[in-house]
Design a protein around this ligand. Structure first.
Ligand SMILES: Cc1ncc(C[n+]2csc(CCOP(=O)(O)OP(=O)(O)O)c2C)c(N)n1
Ligand SMILES: [Mg+2]
Length: 633
């Protein structure tokens, strides 16, 4: 009897497809569980020497994958067996929540440049991965997500946990494929990983349970197409990064014509520090940094005016108002309100689809930031007049003093700016700081100083809560000897706090610092800037003691309430060998003020007060103290 597909037929007869009967005849094994029948227990290892999941894991190893972040389930037991059999090559890293596994894979990719891999079971596990995968998609990180799927024999029957993950992932994934036949592997793994690298995004493979444990070489169906499964290689070759000479000349002409120039560097220029500094020196032009591009050049460099936008600096805002030429390097900065409207714009962008995507761009050039700058530099005229650069360098001196004045050690409750300044002082010269979305991002943007080989990672474009802790774990896994610090909000930490237990279980010495304001602080201030009194953004007192999770589970944990205890606690924590959790109560009334306050913002803020903003008095006192400190600086 022949079947058209592999669905369940009514009755008690289990029809075997012709080709699979012959495959079994060749000593191969297929588990077909039919209605009314129970598949015989044939002892998998005896009959199936090498299961398809092994082909999957071996191929990951061929690609240099050393870690798969994930959480098991009945939809991926076959893949777990593949991982068990090849644990010498690829390590399974057990987490507590799949969302965190996806964040870890994303952070691993951000910090290493290599593909990050995460694994989740069918149905709910696959759904949990999604937020972390969108983080990878929006920040253009190569990540491979592997999920389980119901057996092919029950697909489409509304079987337990049956969620069409291939359809669910259609938007998040650049490559999205169900495995129907073991011989699709490993070529499909190759294509998935190459697509993730080349389109800088997510690839998704979902593998039905029966295929996971099928013979790796099984090819059960009759071939009717004039093609065989492709034999591909585990190799990715990046496209050439240097733009053509004509494009470079057009860039040079526009920049040589400019008078007051600013360079806007983003995450795409993180690997081009030397070239950016040489460019700034040649053009005598300041470098502004997007938040994901913060580590592109050191914060104490005389060539930078720091960040831009709400979390940025006043000198950057002033600069954007004054320039006649903007040179965007490796950035797709979305907040165009903060970009100049009248300036001529040149750009280096890796992705042709994003070239000229934000503002009218006279010379968009496609290429890798470092390669392009190396080609461009010899074509530029060297400017000896540095007065424009010097002016902004001086403005930055004032800005740095203003920021330092807010790092007041005497404030009680503790000022969040003081907390991050203590972290900044105590951290190693090559420390990695990860951060959550929230007011913490503003404090880190302004008070975490990039110098030496320090790095900084956060969810740039998705701006999701909670990645700071799993990011730190993923990066620590990639760089076991490096100091990795997560500076997180109490809201973000609480969302995925079980991952601190993950750090303990894996003995990863991450340093977690919680800026505990007992509120969703960012939203509190956003509501007020809209002119509305805050609502639903504060937790009732008392503040939660998160440090107790650490101490109760054998890790270093400390709760800090008084400012005088802070430097000692951070010092001790950072010199501790294992995972560390420092939970610091900070002043919830400390506003993350924009670099330059617009009249409208101030007016709306005042309206919120008039409309009955709670905690008015303490907010006003904090604002007043901030102002006095800045005037004194
Ligand atoms: C998953 C998710 N939910 C909600 C938001 C909206 N949001 C952005 S920041 C923020 C507050 C975060 O609170 P916390 O982590 O305590 O940081 P804080 O702002 O207090 O420093 C919220 C709710 C978001 N970005 N992501
Ligand atoms: Mg908070």
């Amino acid at each position: 009897m022949r079947t058209k597909g592999n669905g369940i037929w009514p009755g008690t007869v289990c029809p075997l497809p012709v080709s699979s009967q012959s495959a079994i005849g060749r000593g191969k094994r297929f588990d077909l569980v039919c209605a009314g029948q129970v598949a015989p227990d044939r002892g998998t290892e005896a009959l199936v020497a090498r299961i398809a999941s092994e082909a999957l894991i071996e191929r990951l190893a061929d690609w240099g994958v050393d870690t798969v972040f994930g959480l098991p389930g009945d939809g991926i037991n076959g893949i777990m067996e593949g991982l068990r059999r090849h644990q010498d090559k690829v390590r399974f890293f057990l987490v507590h929540h799949e969302e965190a596994a996806a964040f870890m894979a994303t952070a691993y990719a951000k910090a290493t440049g290599k593909i990050g891999v995460c694994l989740a079971t069918s149905g709910p596990g696959g759904i949990h991965l999604l937020n972390g995968l969108y983080d990878a998609k929006l920040d253009h990180m190569p990540v491979l997500a592997i999920t389980g799927m119901q057996e092919t024999s029950v697909l489409g029957t509304g079987y337990q946990q049956e969620v069409a993950l291939d359809k669910l992932y259609a938007d998040v994934a650049e490559y999205d494929q169900m495995i129907y036949n073991p011989v699709q592997l490993p070529a499909v793994v190759d294509i998935a990983i190459r697509t993730a690298y080349s389109r800088r995004g997510v690839a998704h493979l979902t593998v039905p349970n029966d295929i996971q444990v099928a013979d790796a070489d099984a090819d059960p169906w009759q071939h009717v197409a004039p093609a065989a499964a492709p034999k591909t290689a585990a190799v990715y070759l990046a496209p050439p990064g240097r733009p053509g000479d004509e494009d470079l000349q057009r860039l040079a002409d526009l920049l040589n014509d400019g008078n007051k120039i600013a360079i806007l560097a983003g995450a795409g220029a993180l690997h081009a520090r030397e070239e950016l500094l040489a460019l700034a020196e040649t053009l005598a032009a300041p470098i502004v940094k997007t938040l994901p591009g913060k580590a592109a050049v050191p914060d104490d460099s005389p060539y930078t005016t720091g960040g831009i936008g709400l979390l940025g600096t006043k000198p950057s805002e002033d600069l954007m108002d004054e320039i006649d030429t903007l040179f965007m390097v490796g950035t797709n900065f979305p907040y165009t309100k903060h970009l100049p409207s009248g300036a001529r714009v040149a750009q280096i962008e890796a992705d042709p689809a994003r070239a000229g995507a934000r503002v009218a761009t006279e010379v968009p050039v496609v290429g890798d930031a470092r390669e392009a700058l190396r080609g461009l530099l010899p074509l530029l005229k060297h400017r000896s007049d540095t007065s424009f650069l010097d002016k902004y360098s001086k403005k930055m001196d004032t800005w740095r003093k203003r920021m330092a004045s807010l790092e007041n050690p005497d404030r009680e409750p503790i000022a969040p700016q003081y907390l991050i300044s203590v972290v900044n002082e105590a951290a190693a010269e090559d420390a990695v700081l990860t951060c959550d979305s929230g007011t913490i991002a503003t404090w880190a943007a302004r008070h975490w100083t990039i110098r030496g080989d320090r790095q900084f990672y956060l969810s740039g474009n998705l701006a999701t809560m909670a990645p700071g802790l799993p990011y730190a774990i993923g990066i620590q896994r990639a760089f076991p000897g490096r100091q990795v610090i997560a500076f997180v909000g109490d809201g973000g930490f609480a969302m995925l706090m079980a991952e601190f237990i993950t750090a303990i279980k894996h003995d990863l010495p991450v340093k977690i610092v919680i800026n505990n304001n007992n509120s969703l602080g960012q939203i509190l201030w956003e509501q007020m800037v809209l002119g509305y009194p805050e609502h639903g953004v504060r937790h009732p007192e008392p503040f939660v003691n998160y440090a107790a999770i650490a101490t109760a589970n054998g890790a270093f944990g400390v709760k800090v309430v008084r400012p005088g205890e802070l430097p000692g606690a951070i010092q001790e924590a950072f010199s501790h060998d294992g995972p560390v959790l420092v939970d610091v109560n900070v002043n919830p009334e400390e506003p993350p003020m924009p670099g330059r306050i617009e009249y409208e913002q101030a007016k709306k803020f005042a309206q919120a007060f008039l409309r009955g903003q709670p905690h008015k008095a303490t907010i006003a006192t904090t604002l007043f103290k901030d102002k006095i400190q800045q005037l004194r600086s």
